[in-house]
Design a protein around this ligand. Structure first.
Ligand SMILES: [Zn+2]
Length: 412
């Protein structure tokens, strides 16, 4: 396993080095394909497009790569462009009929040229704030954010250029926010009533506009660029304070672009738990949500931030004959998280920022003062755009099959 990883990393490094010669490679490809076109007749044309597609998928820097993180990629035209423009940046008007094959969020932005990347200061190796809230009420306290301040927080995030992504998308590196904007993750621990209440509305239960879910949905209605992704870390028993509505609430979240995370069965401090207890605390909550919604939680927020002495059964394990798997373990404190493509990304310890006035002022302020340390999106989830100077910080293992694009940010 380790050996295999090593190999694939070397392989990717090699691929990476080809950036500097991608212009030449792209040019050669055009010449080669041109010759092939002249040479081929009849149904050889199909063969040609197959080869062309595969070659382009291997060539970095030309923006012609299919989404191999999703889908099978076996269609003839899963990528964009495809006109063989070589190593140069894809032209703005280079979106041909292939657009229909893309998933909606890939239409956020066509490939930007270097000048545009520099102007937006795109940096997909920058830090991502993951905010941690507990209760949302009509007053402010240590673990309570007032509704008024929660609304102000959303306004602040929006005005600072952030758009929301699901924690699971951050963990998968699927960052689909508009070009020039930055991803931010909202998390809510403990499944408190103030996070999600439902009231009678037209044709059934609807979120109370005065709970976190209601506030978030209302805000995103007037700020569609911001979105309303959020992850709710729940325990077993009585999440959101009303046993009769648990299933309806879980399903509402999942059907409306939000998600459920694992906060253990009984909110146990895992610092004192045996591996067996860790499996029970994680696995029973996974099994419960799975039985109710057919959905598997993929992240764990540690109650009290208590870290088990052994990581056995933490990322994956079995409980009651059913397997579970976590893609990320979230801590309680206390700084912005690394880019999901950074070598610093550690799925076993993902930091969060507490949603209190003091901590938000501190960290959102720091990201504002040092904007070059912040993740700024290229607008595409299938391309990872980084600055030349940061190449060594990139984790080839984390970028997977996405296209990596580097550009020079000339300092004035
Ligand atoms: Zn908790």
């Amino acid at each position: 396993m380790k050996h295999h990883r090593q190999e694939s990393e070397n392989e990717r490094r090699d691929r990476y080095r080809t950036y500097s010669v991608s212009i030449l490679a792209g040019f050669s490809l055009v010449v080669f394909l041109g010759a092939l076109v002249l040479y081929s007749t009849g149904n050889a044309g199909e063969l040609f497009s197959g080869i062309k597609g595969r070659l382009e998928a291997r060539l970095p820097g030309n923006g012609c790569v299919g989404r191999s993180d999703k889908g099978t990629g076996d269609g003839p035209d899963t990528g964009t462009g495809g006109s063989g423009t070589g190593g140069s940046a894809i032209q703005p008007g280079d979106e041909t009929g292939n657009e229909a094959a893309l998933e909606p969020h890939d239409k956020l932005q066509t490939q930007l040229d270097d000048a545009e990347l520099a102007r937006l200061r795109v940096n997909e190796l920058g830090r991502v704030p993951i905010i941690m809230y507990h209760n949302i009420q009509d007053y402010e306290a240590e673990w309570v954010r007032s509704r008024a301040n929660f609304r102000k927080d959303l306004e602040r995030f929006y005005n600072l250029g952030y758009s929301l992504v699901l924690l699971s998308d951050y963990l998968d590196g699927n960052i689909a926010v508009p070009a020039g904007r930055s991803p931010l993750v909202l998390t809510f621990d403990d499944g408190t009533r103030g996070q999600f209440r439902m009231i009678e509305g037209d044709g059934g239960l609807i979120p109370d506009p005065e709970c976190a879910v209601g506030i978030l949905l209302e805000f995103s209605r007037t700020h569609p660029e911001f979105g309303h992704a959020a992850t709710f870390f729940v325990n077993s028993g009585n999440p959101f304070g009303d046993r009769s509505q648990v299933e309806a609430k879980f399903k509402f979240l999942l059907e409306n672009g939000m998600e459920i995370g694992n906060h253990t069965r009984s909110h146990k401090n895992l610092a004192y738990a045996s591996p067996e207890e860790v499996a029970e605390e994680i696995g029973s909550l996974v099994n419960e949500v799975r039985a109710m919604c057919g959905y598997d939680t993929v992240s764990l927020a540690l109650p009290y931030g208590g870290y088990p002495k052994s990581t056995e059964n933490l990322m994956s394990g079995t409980w009651n004959g059913q397997e579970y798997e976590n893609k990320g373990i979230l801590l309680v404190g206390a700084e912005p998280a690394p880019s999901p493509f950074s070598k610093k990304f550690n799925p076993l310890a993902i930091p969060r920022i507490r949603g209190s006035q003091e901590e938000l002022d501190k960290w959102m302020g720091e990201l504002e003062r040092y904007p070059d340390t912040r993740f700024v999106s290229d607008g595409r989830s299938d391309v990872v755009t980084i600055r030349e100077a940061d190449e060594m910080s990139l984790s080839p293992e984390r970028t997977g099959d996405r296209t990596v694009r580097t550009y020079a940010l000339s300092e004035e």
